[in-house]
Design a protein around this ligand. Structure first.
Ligand code: 5AD
Ligand code: SF4
Length: 413
């Protein structure tokens, strides 16, 4: 796993490299004008999490610079771009299905460009499958190549090549790319990228690179602009926002960043996701309690209520630590809207261990939760573990859990 070494040096894309992309933008603009006239249309569809939504907003920003306007459906588009998700098998199957549906469309409109990007494409075996079995796909790029979209698209349009850019990387930060936002109420604001936690079930550290934080002054300036534009909520994004600033070379942690953002003028709330319980400190909870602009929502994924399973997941905390945090947070922040994620049926989990998750859920009294049946991901440790419990049995446990949460949400428990 040498290529996934846990190095933390943040690499920023240089102004010179971004200027090169600026030249490609002009080149693509000219080719598009000659080919489609005034109004080439792009259809961008996003699968998966808010991180992907934020990436798509920047992708749309670049497409806009290249002269595209946006279509509501693939049928009306000259460029169809799917930003894909790899978190569970089900998400991947949907993408393959929907890409397959583009084949007849492309037959009718041979000039249509089909592009795939995002976490799924950052996996070698997926990119290879697209290369071999989906010859009508023109462009494939991974999460590390987003800022190079103008150059990659130029390869397709100007040189009429099939382009694949899915090299592994620890990841970079590219600033100064504009966003086209769909939502007028909430604005996504990434504060960091990547993940270093290597939870044993999770593909994210392999497809999103190492943890790296954006500079505080850039984030604060962006938040100021969003507030001035009238967004009612700014949601800070990162796989583990609680480790913001670690190994970054600047002296600011997540609590410090929140305090600075809270001081910005304007009528807006601050939300964030996702918090990792192992890095959720009492300093952070005290900060939230003291803020004027905290949304009141804390998403704190627990994943399991059993200590053996938490250790097997490499989560870095115990059930007792988690419940202690919940108690402190609820005491400090009256009316806290606490939500969580839970995985049912981690390899080797038995019914007794699952019952510990049920009892934790009763105790923590979440406002709501996102529940998932374990899905083996290629290249992760959990994929290699014996998994004797049948899917039907896991589905029964899953229903027990969602039934319990429904009763809690209704106030019956
Ligand atoms: N199987 C099932 N659920 C998963 N998650 C992440 N990886 C997997 C997997 N392999 C869930 C976790 C995480 C959420 C975003 O997705 O609960 O918090
Ligand atoms: Fe995946 Fe764990 Fe990182 Fe979250 S913290 S993205 S679950 S490895």
């Amino acid at each position: 796993m040498a290529e996934f070494e846990k190095q933390n040096k943040t690499t920023f894309v240089s102004a010179a490299e971004l200027a090169v992309q600026g030249e490609y933008i002009q080149k693509v603009r000219a080719v598009l004008e000659a080919r489609y006239g005034e109004n080439p249309k792009a259809y961008v569809h996003t699968y998966g999490c808010q991180g992907n939504v934020a990436d798509s907003e920047r992708i749309k920003g670049m497409l806009c610079q290249m002269g595209y306007t946006f279509a509501e459906s693939p049928e009306n588009a000259d460029l169809v771009l799917y930003n894909t998700c790899a978190i569970r098998e089900h998400a991947q199957d949907r993408v393959f299905g929907n890409v397959g549906l583009l084949k007849p469309m492309k037959k009718e409109k041979p000039n249509m460009i089909i592009a795939l990007c995002g976490c799924m494409m950052q996996q070698k075996h997926v990119a290879e499958k697209i290369k071999q079995s989906y010859p009508f796909v023109n462009l494939v790029f991974g999460t590390h190549a987003i800022h190079r979209l103008p150059e990659l698209l130029c390869g397709v349009l100007c040189e009429k090549k099939r382009v694949f850019s899915v090299e592994d990387s620890a990841g970079v930060i590219a600033e100064g790319i504009p966003s086209v936002r769909d939502d007028t109420q909430n604005a996504w604001l990434p504060i960091m990228y990547g993940c270093n936690n290597f939870c044993t079930y999770c593909v994210v550290p392999y497809v999103r690179g190492r943890e790296r934080s954006r500079k505080p002054d850039i984030i604060i300036e962006e938040a100021r602009e969003l507030a001035a534009k009238g967004f009612g909520q700014i949601t800070l994004l990162g796989q583990n926002v609680n480790s913001y600033g670690k190994n970054s070379g600047f002296d600011m942690n997540f609590s410090g960043l929140l305090r600075q953002l809270d001081a910005i003028d304007g009528d807006f709330k601050i939300d964030f996701m996702t918090s990792h319980p192992k890095d959720c400190t009492t300093e952070l909870i005290d900060t939230l309690a003291s803020m004027k602009k905290f949304s009141g929502h804390l998403h704190l994924p627990v994943q399991s209520g059993n200590n053996r399973i938490l250790a097997a997941m490499n989560r870095g905390y115990t059930r007792e630590h988690y419940l202690g945090l919940v108690e402190y947070a609820k005491k400090s922040i009256p009316g806290l809207d606490l939500t969580t994620d839970i995985i049912v049926g981690f390899p080797g989990e038995n019914h007794q261990e699952f019952c510990d998750t049920l009892s934790l859920v009763r105790e923590a009294q979440f406002a709501s939760m996102f529940t998932f049946i374990f899905s083996p991901r290629k290249g992760t440790k959990a994929e290699t573990l014996p998994d004797p419990v049948s899917h039907a049995e896991k589905a029964k446990w899953f229903k027990e859990l969602t039934d319990l949460q429904e009763k809690i949400t209704k106030g019956e428990i």
